[in-house]
Design a protein around this ligand. Structure first.
Ligand SMILES: Cc1cc2nc3c(=O)[nH]c(=O)nc-3n(C[C@H](O)[C@H](O)[C@H](O)COP(=O)(O)O)c2cc1C
Length: 526
């Protein structure tokens, strides 16, 4: 009898997560379940507002910090917690960075990318002793770069603190992408976390994830207040990040209880046409603790400045996803190596200082046009156990030839792979016209069996990897684009993966962008 090994545990959280992943795979012959048609005029509002509460406009000037991109992670004296610095930090990670206009349509772009530009992630600010701001919990309103007061506590904290909290409105993604949307919300969350770590580093602040049970995160952000959300789209609490101004090893906890609440959330979609109950099911099944983080202090020597380097603020503000690549430019070897180095957990980059967990996600590359690198399939295992595990799991005929003197880069096969890249990435040209396309392969069964919450965290890790790659490319005049649409099992077949011990969870293409001159670019905040 051909027995489904997951069937018996389908009602347990692990079974729910595994079943969700399986049913939301895109196949050549069938895409994951989604809406049959879309009415773009009925897109859910990308901006949630909180009415009937106090509103604080944040300073609007563009952050001007003359720190070179390569010096972003260097040690520097922390800036004070005040509204100017908070405002500038938000501008660099979660704010609008430009409006685009074409044929009478306008849409906002933000400092971090988002699947379908739908932006499910909401940002919360918890401020204690931040100069110029009353203590409390605020919703960050990125449309006009302001704070909407949400809650306060009479039990004053005895120490200054600044935290950013995040929640996801999954309906914003599900509206377009149907059942697969939960994956995209998690990948987006990873991008946001990486954006926060980069922005905070510029102020000498360290971003640290606060290990709280999921219900405590929801309670702290107020997303568990069913009475407040009655009749509007729910928010799924994700995580709280402490911004540390000192070198304290203990992560500072935010206040978990508030005495006074205020504000009414807006409805984003008055006429939802579809319902995707599996999203709520997988969200519930994957609520759980964060991975264990080591807090090792890594050396952060002052880097050698490179000639004609961009300022870090400029890189963060100008980041965009390429809509097309030129399919001809050769990526210089030093840029390629810097992009790969930014993905390794051993570096001093701000993302991996924040996410000091065992690496579970490893990039496989389809290299098309990289200086000095024969076209082919490559792999960059991010840990010794990744190297061993993937060595055993991948197709036995792969070469595993060392392809770099310093980086753990191995060639698996030499071959032109543009068509494969396009086919695997839902037939999207960007995967073929790039200089190289990454496929992020996650260790899957073991972490999810240990704790289904790993399903979220694997996607966060992949989102963070994509973000590191894209920023490093952007800094060198190249560009990246996330690819959430790929044929899961076709990728597994190419790699020789025959079970679910390893699964592909994200693609990312890096190349020389071709800009669409028809689009008008307008300033973020007038
Ligand atoms: C998780 C994720 C998946 C994405 N998937 C695709 C994709 O499959 N194809 C594509 O062309 N762009 C994809 N994108 C890029 C988004 O369309 C882009 O981020 C969005 O339009 C906003 O534009 P911006 O990144 O320039 O701000 C993806 C982005 C993310 C974060």
């Amino acid at each position: 009898m051909n027995k489904d090994p997951h069937k018996d545990s389908n009602t347990a959280p692990t079974g729910t997560v595994r079943a969700y992943h399986q049913r939301t795979k895109h196949q050549f012959e069938r895409y994951a379940e989604g809406p049959g048609s879309l009415d773009w005029d009925a897109q859910p509002d990308p901006f949630r507002t909180w009415a009937g509460t106090r509103w604080y406009g944040l300073p609007r000037q563009t952050p001007a910090r003359q720190i070179a991109w390569s010096a972003l992670a260097a040690q520097r004296a922390p800036e004070p917690f005040d509204t100017d610095n908070l405002s500038a930090c938000l501008r660099l990670c979660v704010a609008i960075t430009a409006w685009k206009e074409y044929a009478g349509n306008r849409w906002a772009l933000r400092a971090h990318p988002s699947s379908g530009n739908l932006h499910p992630t909401e940002t919360w600010v918890i401020a204690y002793w931040v100069d110029g701001l009353a203590d409390g919990l605020y919703h960050y309103q990125c449309r006009d770069h302001s704070l909407e007061w949400r809650a306060s506590s009479v039990t004053a904290s005895n120490q200054p603190g600044l935290w950013l909290g995040f929640s996801s409105i999954t309906w914003r993604e599900a509206w377009k992408y149907g059942e697969r949307a939960f994956r995209y919300c998690q990948l987006d969350m990873g991008h946001v976390l990486a954006a926060v770590a980069h922005a905070a580093a510029l102020f000498g602040w360290q971003a640290r994830l606060v290990s709280l049970p999921p219900e405590a995160v929801a309670h702290c952000l107020g997303t568990d207040r069913a009475e407040d959300y009655a009749g509007v789209e729910a928010e799924e609490a994700d995580v709280i990040v402490a911004l540390h101004a000192g070198e304290s090893r203990d992560v500072l906890f935010p206040p978990l209880n508030w005495d006074e609440w205020s504000g009414v959330p807006s409805l984003l979609d008055p006429r939802p046409l579809y319902q995707w109950p599996v999203i709520d099911e997988v969200a519930a099944a994957s609520r759980g603790p964060l991975p264990v983080f080591h807090q090792t202090e890594v050396d952060r020597p002052a880097p050698e400045a490179r000639a004609d380097e961009l300022a870090a603020t400029r890189v963060l503000l100008q980041r965009r996803s390429a809509q097309a690549f030129d399919g001809g430019s050769i990526l210089p070897a030093p840029v390629f190596r810097r992009i790969l180095a930014s993905l390794l957990p051993t570096g001093a980059g701000p993302v991996w200082r924040m996410w000091q967990a065992t690496p579970r996600v490893h990039p496989v590359l389809l290299a098309h046009r990289v200086e000095g690198l024969p076209a082919g399939l490559y792999i960059l295992p991010r840990s010794e156990s990744g190297l061993t595990g993937l060595g055993a799991a991948l197709r036995q005929e792969f070469e595993w030839a060392s392809a770099d003197a310093e980086l753990p880069l191995y060639r698996l096969i030499s071959a032109r792979a543009e068509r494969t890249a396009r086919n695997l990435s839902c037939h999207q040209d960007i995967a073929a016209m790039s200089a190289f396309t990454l496929m992020f392969i996650a260790e899957f069964d073991a972490p999810i069996d240990a704790d289904p919450a790993a399903y979220r965290h694997l996607h966060w890790e992949a989102g963070m990897l994509g973000h590191c790659a894209t920023l490093e490319a952007e800094a060198a005049g190249w560009r990246g684009t996330g690819i959430g649409c790929f044929f899961d099992d076709a990728v597994h077949e190419v790699l020789g993966l025959t079970d679910t011990r390893w699964q592909v969870i994200y693609h990312y293409a890096i190349g020389m962008p071709v800009d669409d001159a028809r689009l008008l670019t307008l300033p973020a905040y007038a």
